[in-house]
Design a protein around this ligand. Structure first.
Ligand SMILES: Cc1cc2nc3c(=O)[nH]c(=O)nc-3n(C[C@H](O)[C@H](O)[C@H](O)COP(=O)(O)OP(=O)(O)OC[C@H]3O[C@@H](n4cnc5c(N)ncnc54)[C@H](O)[C@@H]3O)c2cc1C
Length: 857
């Protein structure tokens, strides 16, 4: 074994082998895989070998399709048989609600290029003869399902990688990993030491243990999983003889079962309700090619359904039951990517469907290592979607829940209860007492809506019990004043003498003056979006300048205000007595805040830290819940603010996009004049110990204005009628600023060479490929949620990113991307929802306050 390698991949399961292959394919051949035993010695060897393309996240589905298509390539290159059989399959629905869900899957498949088709239960029976059609209401045919030989696939990856120059060392156990002062990693094994630039944790069942070697507690847990194999079945033999084909795959969602032919019999696996974790704290190192004791009682309820839905099973014997462990992250998707704070340490674990996802994981990770970017939108499997709050116990609760619900429907208005409440803010009980119905974002409880006594969400694909109450909340904002908890936003503080220069290169906008905010897109080197923020300049530099700052392209504070006139005028206003003023003995103090999407806190911190100057005087902190927030919005919000603070908050003194330190009641706060509702409004930030006081102060003073509480569902309704997009929906790392309509906020020609400038300029010249658009849909009793196809001219041309019912406008709105060539056609669009195409009309101007009068007034 050599003493140095560019990359050491730890783990010779299907995932590690795929990563190795993909790195070698990208030309990184100085790479080695270390496996403590034989290849496949974790979960891989006893897998059922099923593969499928569908996934709740369309981007993961694309990578699953890639994985399945890859098997031919590795088989040819390696000469190793993979045993791939693409049989096709049927996805069976026993209820109408499940059928609605499946229709959504088919619709998504249209723009993902998946071959899916809705069929009747009888047709499903003709294709897969073992099911009893009376038990089902319908089905979907999927031509890409199939199965393979888990060991063959893993060896094919490894052999193909070796042919390209990679090394594989079996029976080499990694015992420790130590960071050297020069940043390289010492990988210490029982066979000696390797120094590597990069280390990949693909240790599967032992991913936690390998993580712990570098001080990382990964949110993964193994669950026991069982499938049975029957004796030979005459029904199978008859089908094989008559058709010359195998019995195809079946997924029976309502029975929580999957099935396929295995030799002359059938294989049936289940995700039982009473799932059992395995090795909850530590995975034993002496576990290898062993199986766990089957526990038929645990899976008996599922088998009972299975035997009813597939009657031929009642007449056959069970040859064996396999029980083996494999790992899950709390949401069931893999944990992939660079680990924040550990440069050169990469995660490729928590892969629960290695034979559907392993190829995509290898592709994304190798791109990321070689190019600095995964080359695809892999947010759904990015390791950065979890923070420290995803503790061992939390993971345990969530993984059990996820396992038991693997085939359950999750309705768009359904919140899952396990592991909650975990993170709460000080007003949690005050809001609960007022009927808050809670959702969760990045582990934090967030109020979705406020229910009257005795009312709660009835889970549905259609408008539900909350509809009229969310309408009332949205009305309270537009007609008077509403109050919302906004602690779930991410807040970052940037300080130090180098802060301004660094932010100027990091962000694509022009930086705001002290006391001002700006909308701030952040781009990657390829010119695509990697963040959309509000940047606030809290630096205390004495009075603001008496000459207006340059107002031009990328001056987002002006553009966000419509014409920019009022914002420009504001900088001439003398500082308010509430302004923080000069601190630090009269020397300029650099202090900036960035506000962004709360779920992306770790993701963005990783980006910030990766781009910090090595020796620069810049400090970035994620403030988490050390700053919490409340927002007031609506035409009377200024009157309310005036009542609870001593300063002048008139439009002249405190205009749109201004930010100030001011006391609310007795509490010191930072108040920004901005609101995602698109209305006159304010975001108020404070240390948590003041939040209850500020809440009580605002609600008491708000009585006179009939202040109403509103939650994130009303906020969604409000922002949709303003055509405002949001991170992880409209704004994702696959769209350029022009495509996303964020180009107005990009200062293409500012002096600082910001990251992604050249690529963004090129996008602007070439015009990009897509455009983000808002549509008004002729919907009846249901609204889009995201990922629905957009039709034009009889073909699927785009996809919905988000939507909902805009209560004040009284319209059903969808936002989504379409090719630029058709992006300005007013008519001819249709959006597919619950199996039907609905007419949709382009809505170029916001339905609310198109002239920014409320926002700026
Ligand atoms: C019963 C059962 C049925 C399944 N059916 C399917 C299915 O039909 N389809 C599907 O897609 N998936 C299925 N799975 C899941 C699938 O097995 C996993 O997704 C996949 O095997 C994960 O692969 P991995 O490479 O991440 O991890 P593992 O297979 O666990 O591999 C990790 C490897 O790392 C090695 N290792 C760990 N620590 C070290 C160290 N310190 N030094 C050196 N080497 C180390 C281990 O020895 C091991 O070989 C099933 C799983 C089970 C248990």
């Amino acid at each position: 074994m050599k003493s140095h390698a560019r990359v050491v991949v730890i783990g010779g399961g299907v995932v590690g082998a795929s990563v190795l292959y993909h790195l070698a394919r990208r030309g990184w051949t100085d790479v080695m895989l270390l496996e403590r035993d034989e290849l496949t010695s974790g979960s891989t060897w006893h897998a059922a070998g099923g593969m499928h393309t569908i996934n709740g996240d369309p981007n993961v589905a694309k990578l699953q399709k890639y994985t399945i298509e890859l098997y031919k390539e590795i088989e040819e290159l390696s000469g190793q048989a993979t045993g791939v059989h693409v049989t096709g399959g049927v996805l069976l629905a026993a209820t109408e609600a499940r059928m609605d869900w499946l229709r959504g899957v088919v619709a998504k498949g249209r723009y993902l290029g998946l071959d899916l088709e809705e069929i009747s239960a009888e047709e499903a029976h003709r294709l897969m003869p073992l099911n009893d059609p009376k038990q089902f209401v319908g089905a979907v045919r999927n031509s890409e399902d199939g199965h393979l030989d888990p060991s063959g696939v893993t060896h094919a990856y490894a052999k193909a990688a070796r042919k390209l120059g990679a090394e594989v060392h079996r029976f080499t156990k990694v015992e420790d990993i130590v960071r050297r002062p020069d940043g390289a990693w010492r990988v210490i094994t029982d066979k000696g030491e390797v120094v590597a630039e990069h280390v990949v944790n693909a240790a599967g069942l032992w991913a936690r243990e390998v993580g712990r070697m570098v001080g990382l507690e990964l949110p993964v847990l193994a669950m026991e999983h069982m499938y049975l194999i029957t004796e030979d079945m005459p029904e199978v033999a008859e089908w094989n003889a008559r058709t010359g084909t195998e019995v195809i795959h079946a997924v029976d969602f309502d029975g929580e079962l999957y099935l396929r032919q295995e030799r002359g019999g059938m294989l049936m696996g289940t995700y039982e309700k009473a799932g059992k974790p395995w090795s909850e704290r530590v995975t034993p190192w002496n576990f290898g090619h062993e199986l766990l004791e089957p526990d038929i009682d645990r899976i008996a309820p599922s088998l009972e359904v299975g035997f009813r839905h597939f009657p031929a099973f009642q007449k056959t014997g069970i040859k064996k039951i396999i029980n083996g462990p494999f790992t899950f992250a709390p949401d069931g998707n893999p944990l992939v990517g660079p680990v924040r704070g550990l440069p050169g340490f990469w995660s490729a674990c928590g892969v629960m469907a290695g034979f559907s996802q392993g190829g995509g994981v290898g592709l994304a990770l190798s791109n990321w290592m070689v190019d600095g970017d995964p080359g695809a939108d892999i947010w759904a499997m990015d390791v950065a979607r979890y923070g420290d709050w995803a503790s061992m116990r939390y993971t345990n609760a969530k993984v059990r829940e996820n396992y038991s619900r693997r085939f359950s429907i999750r309705f768009p208005n359904e919140e899952l209860p396990a592991g909650r409440p975990l993170r709460t803010t000080p007003v949690y009980d005050l809001l609960s007492a007022r009927g808050a119905q809670w959702g969760v974002a990045y582990g934090l409880e967030v109020p979705l809506w406020y229910a009257p006594e005795g009312v709660k969400d009835a889970f549905s694909w259609r408008r539900s019990t909350d509809f009229e109450h969310v309408a009332r909340e949205a009305r309270a904002v537009r007609e008077g004043v509403g109050l919302m908890e906004i602690s779930s936003f991410a807040k970052y503080r940037i300080t130090g003498e180098g802060a301004e220069g660094w932010l100027d290169r990091l962000l694509a906008c022009r930086l705001p003056q002290p006391g001002r905010m700006a909308l701030a897109p952040m781009l990657k080197e390829d010119g695509k979006l990697i963040g959309d923020f509000t940047l606030a300049n809290l630096s205390a530099e004495g009075p603001p300048p008496l000459t207006p700052p340059h107002k031009g392209e990328g001056d987002s504070e002006a553009l966000a205000a419509g014409t920019g006139a009022s914002a420009a005028g504001a900088t001439l206003t003398p500082p308010s007595p509430l302004w923080g003023g000069v601190r630090g003995g009269g020397h300029p103090v650099q202090e900036w805040m960035i506000f962004g999407s709360g779920v992306a806190e770790q993701y963005h911190m990783r980006w910030f830290e990766t781009h910090l100057p090595a020796d620069g005087p810049v400090r970035v902190e994620a403030l988490g819940l050390s700053q919490v927030g409340l927002s007031i919005a609506g035409p009377r919000s200024r009157e309310l603010l005036a009542k609870v603070t001593a300063g002048d908050v008139s439009n002249a003194a405190f205009p749109f996009m201004a930010i100030r330190r001011m006391d609310i009641g007795m509490a010191p706060c930072i108040v920004g004049r901005i609101s995602y509702t698109g209305d006159l409004g304010y975001e108020i930030w404070m240390a948590p110990e003041y939040q209850r006081h500020v809440f009580e102060t605002l609600t008491k003073a708000g009585d006179e204005f009939s202040l109403g509480l509103f939650g994130s569902r009303a906020l969604n309704a409000l922002r949709l009628e303003k055509n405002y997009g949001s991170w992880a929906r409209e704004y994702r790392p696959i769209y350029g600023p022009l495509e996303a309509g964020m180009d107005r906020f990009v200062a293409y020609s500012k002096e600082a060479a910001f990251i992604g400038r050249e690529a963004a300029q090129a996008e602007r010249q070439a015009g990009g490929r897509l455009r983000l658009r808002a549509f008004v849909m002729e919907a009846e009793d249901a609204d889009v949620i995201g990922d629905e196809p957009i039709w034009h001219g009889g073909a699927v041309r785009g996809w919905v990113t988000s939507g909902g019912y805009a209560h004040n406008a009284g319209k059903s709105i969808a936002m989504g991307y379409v090719p630029k060539e058709i992006a300005d056609e007013p008519d001819g669009f249709e959006i597919e929802l619950l199996g039907r195409r609905h007419k949709a009309r382009l809505q170029p101007a916001p339905l609310f306050d198109a002239n920014f009068e409320r926002l700026r007034g």
